[in-house]
Design a protein around this ligand. Sequence first.
Ligand code: 3NM
Length: 519
Amino acid sequence: MAPSTVDYTLYLVTDSTPAILGGKDLVAVVKAAVEGGATIVQLRDKTSDTSELIQIAKQLHQVTKPAGVPLLINDRVDVALAAGVDGVHIGQDDMDLKSARKLLGPGAIIGVTANNLEEALEAARDGADYLGVGTVYATPTKENTKSIIGTAGVQQILSELAAQGFGSVKTVAIGGINAGNAQRIMYQCAATEKQLDGVAVVSAIMASHDPKTATQNLRKLISEPPPFASSTSKKQLTRNDIVAQLPDIIKRMAERKPLCHNMTNLVVQNFAANVALAVGSSPIMSNNGLEAGDLAALGGSLVINMGTTTPEMRSNHLKALAAYNAVGGPVLLDPVGAGATQHRKDGVKALMAGGYFDLIKGNEGEIRTVSGAQGVKQHGVDSGASQLTLEDRVKLVTGTAARERNIVLMTGATDVVSDGERTLTISNGHKYLGEITGSGCTLGTTIASVMAVERDDKLLAAVAGILMYEIAAERAGIREDVKGPGTFVPAFIDELYRVRQECVNGDSRWVDAVKIDVV
Ligand code: 3NM
């Protein structure tokens, strides 16, 4: 098979260890996977003798060849030659690519493991047919991997390959990929101009008790956009468009009264539930991941707020995230105090590796942590003084949203919100929002409430939620009965309720206060 015609969509890497293969027969598993739709197979066996390996390779080749599925051998050029298979996969510590090519010839398929940009560029330069890019996520299958690079690391490699003229080298992501994340990885890694050609898995197929069904399921998932993908193209937003649509969006939310599921911190649970009621959604404050599946089926949205975090909460968050992702229910991440402690920094990574967030909102320190910036030091949950210019904030928010293929909101005196293509700044709000607890958290509740209903354009939904919230705060802040933060809170809840009622009654004068700029 000519290397250029290989289909890398679903790449099976074998593993014969008892922990993965169990009592199953290797050849039978590969046969089932090929029947299920694996498009390329690599025999990876670090323990068998050379003669045994050649035997196994020949047996596997009898299964893969008739199906037109290439078979490669991990590391062992000699075994590939002896068994007459299609090529090899070489790791960074194996024989070098040029020597392998000399021995195998131009018709062989040769792939290389690339854990970072330098390795990827070198392999592409030396003529690799494909790169196994990873380790995407931590995996017990290969514990001594050099580093976990996440989807962000894969994307960085993809865009640099394209930028440096290696757009034609094929790429598969590897490490911790399974039915729960394959679709999201393909989706998020399609954000750059160079897309992934497929995913490589070991345990997701080799450890399955039904490898054929597991393979079929993975193939199906990879071929379809994930449930949370936006189906419509992104229309350019102007200030006038937004202002014109705002009252109707809030009205639709109030009439639909969507469920807004809040997994939030101990400090703001009551306040967040009252804000949800005021804006017109139906709050449920369940922190139990085991009931998230039932709740996700009700068509609402989810807020995951990392405040007052514990290890148990993280596991509940991950369960709920998976449940909402599976049905495309919008999920908002509020990485409260993300840069404050190591547990929270790890938490952000674990949550972003565990699922897709339609929107991530945070203050400057939190969004910098989400973006992967090193050395962010947050004191508690406050952002502290801004360290970035507005231009830098715009760049960071737009870049992070483009990378994650979602919406990112950085709050501040001027909020910056973007879906990676369209970026807006909003300067509404009142200083008392900074003097009460939970104003950031309940902004998340408000935005999630709108996103539950306004799913086609989630950026527009976010903007509507922010404006409703911040203009209600302005109205509350200037009321005569408001003397300070204490009297502000009930007045603010009243004003959220009044804005919503005005929208329902067709009174849209409140939008005159909108302070928004399209970047
Ligand atoms: N190579 P699973 S990770 C074989 O990062 C291999 O280069 C990796 O196993 C790399 O699909 C890995 O079970 C194991 O997570 C992947």
